[in-house]
Design a protein around this ligand. Structure first.
Ligand SMILES: [Cu+2]
Length: 286
């Protein structure tokens, strides 16, 4: 896949705050190595349930997953069960995974499963098809630009098995810092080379307040743990257990986890260009 650096496209979030989307341009978006000029067609049985696991393996792109004519049940995020949410469109940030159950209708049908880039018309996908379905060509450009991926879905998610209730032993602060010009990103004002590791002790309940001080969103990924999303801005919630959470421009997200897996764990933005440009630190305990 070829790519070039571009100035990002500007979008507006719900508060009409300008924000930067898509700082890298790509010439194609692929699902299982194919684009919509020759998409994968997966044969499915009429009337049978299907479970789709969608993995956002893109280096630098947030997508809207679009089920088209059918509704699906979102049952897990990042491999962890959530209370089911029914819908046709689900946002998916870099490195996140969603499990979606679909009841295939008892008919001859082609069901495109599409992924459209935020702030763009570019899309990719594959096709589920029952016996006898006619499969039409689908354009790799949607009619309408997709909105930015924000936290609307995150706010609705409830962990099926949340963290046990207990007091928080340690609260850490992670400010996401940096800019497009110069293209340098960091955590608490430091790039990875100059990092100040996050220090915790084994057995602690830890919360990390992640505040995005930049005009781009950052999908933050912690190795070695699943965390629970327990705060969005000032609001507390019993959100999803997961390992990657989007922190949109100028917003904050609080995550909680139990320090039960000692090591020297990367904590980084999963936009790989941001990570490479410094937005990574370590969570360390022995
Ligand atoms: Cu980032």
């Amino acid at each position: 896949m070829g790519m070039t650096m571009t100035m990002p496209m500007s979008g507006m979030d719900q508060d009409d705050m300008p924000m930067d989307l898509n700082d890298i341009s790509f010439d194609a978006f692929l699902v299982n190595d194919r684009d919509l000029s020759d998409p994968e067609v997966i044969r499915v049985d009429r009337g049978a349930p299907v479970r789709l696991r969608v993995i956002n393996a893109a280096s630098s792109t947030n997508f809207w997953i679009d089920l088209g004519a059918v509704r699906g049940r979102l049952v897990a995020v990042d491999g962890m069960p959530v209370r089911p949410i029914i819908g046709r469109r689900f946002e998916l940030t870099m490195a996140q995974r969603v499990d979606i159950e679909i009841d295939i209708p008892d008919a001859a049908l082609a069901l495109p499963i599409l992924a459209q880039r935020e702030g763009d018309t570019a899309r990719t996908g594959l096709i589920l098809a029952t016996q006898g379905a006619r499969i039409d060509r689908i354009s790799s450009q949607a009619d309408r630009t997709a909105p930015p991926v924000l936290l609307d879905l995150e706010r609705k998610l409830l962990a099926e098995t949340p963290l046990q209730k207990r007091t928080v032993d340690r609260t850490l602060s992670c400010d996401l810092t940096g800019s497009m010009e110069p293209y340098v990103w960091g955590i608490n004002g430091k790039t990875f080379e100059n990092r100040a590791p996050l220090e915790v002790k084994q057995g602690e309940r830890v919360e990390i307040v992640i505040r995005n001080r930049t005009m781009m969103s950052h999908p933050m990924h912690l190795h070695g743990h699943h965390f629970q999303v327990v705060g969005i801005g000032p609001a507390r919630l019993s959100g999803a257990m997961r390992d990657t959470v989007l922190v949109p421009a100028m917003e904050s997200v609080t995550i909680a986890f139990d320090a039960d897996n000692p090591g020297n764990w990367p904590f980084h933005c999963h936009n790989l260009y941001h990570m490479q440009a410094g937005m990574m630190t370590a969570l360390r305990y022995l």
